[in-house]
Write a protein that binds this ligand. Structure first.
Ligand code: FAD
Length: 258
């Protein structure tokens, strides 16, 4: 196995007491596809690396690496990782993988990116990718959280990215952001599965329900929600991508449920 890379923390941002982002230096040789994950970690008390899967929230053309992380109170890694400070060192595995990549999908007109919680991370990488806007006429990013404060990157998505000097214009034209909250009053409520079933997500696009002829999906969520969403898409005639062939949708577990 290739040696782990050692990167320096350059920025830490705490969204809530359960959610934070951290940015590190990036080895110039580190390559990945937008939407990929790798293993990130710290050296454990026994001196051995303690590594967990993390999606890159940075795009593959950026000079730094960014991650969006949960803080699990007794989590072996995140109980320590949440105390990261600028200048600390983290370990990064050079090999990346994942199914949240555009190359797994058949050509289409609209791309739906459905996530909850930290499942947003790979989509932050993807919405910075100019090729996504060449491939699709419309990109719809859905982020579901329990609380409004957990809608991480909201200002970046609606304020900063549309003003980006390279892709801002196309982002303004093609990216629709749909935040939805389940445990507080908000302009949008409910999980993506309910929003698709009720038509709330597709009605503003002028369609009653998604069609496998035109629509493509990337789903990054917990297992139970992935199952529900896959069932809805399968009933509508969508086919999941597999190792053998491209499909109408791809799925990735945002974390392993206990
Ligand atoms: P663990 O022992 O790993 O987890 C303890 C428990 O905490 C889990 O069983 C689960 O119930 C809960 N949990 C773990 N991760 C999450 C989460 N993200 N959201 C809600 N509950 C969780 N985590 C991130 O924070 N950001 C990412 O970008 C990310 N990408 C991942 C990509 C993949 C493909 C997979 C499989 C997992 C990903 N995870 C991500 C989860 C991550 O690998 C760790 O589980 C997480 O960092 C907690 O590590 P831990 O050692 O503290 O606790």
């Amino acid at each position: 196995m290739a040696a782990l890379m050692r990167e320096k923390v350059v920025r830490v941002h705490h969204w809530t007491d359960t959610l934070f982002s951290f940015t590190t230096s990036r080895d110039q040789g580190f390559r990945f596809r937008n939407g990929h994950f790798t293993m990130i970690g710290l050296r454990g008390d026994n001196g051995r690396p303690l590594m967990r899967a993390y999606s890159m929230a940075s795009a593959n053309y950026e000079e730094t690496l960014e991650s969006l992380s949960i803080k699990v109170p007794d989590g072996p890694l995140t109980s320590r990782l949440q105390h990261l400070k600028v200048g600390d060192e983290i370990l990064v595995r050079p090999k990346t993988s994942g199914t949240m990549v555009a190359e797994e999908l058949l050509p289409g007109n609209r791309l739906f990116l459905l996530s909850t919680g930290t499942g947003l991370a790979p989509f932050i990488s993807i919405i910075k990718d100019p090729k996504i806007y060449e491939a699709y006429g419309k990109v719809i990013l859905v982020h579901g959280t329990r609380l409004i404060a957990e809608l991480a990157y909201q200002h970046y998505i609606t304020g900063t990215l549309p003003k980006d000097k390279f892709i801002g214009d196309v982002v303004s034209q093609k990216l629709t952001y749909y935040p939805t909250v389940t445990r507080e009053p908000h302009i949008n409520t409910g999980h993506a599965t309910d929003l698709i079933k009720s038509g709330a997500l597709t009605a503003p696009l002028g369609i009653a329900r998604p069609s496998s002829n035109t629509d493509r999906f990337m789903l990054c969520d917990r297992t139970s929600m992935l199952k529900g969403m896959s069932e809805i898409l399968n009933e509508l005639g969508f086919a999941a991508a597999s190792e053998q062939q491209m499909g109408h949708y791809v799925i990735e577990r945002a974390f392993t449920e206990q």
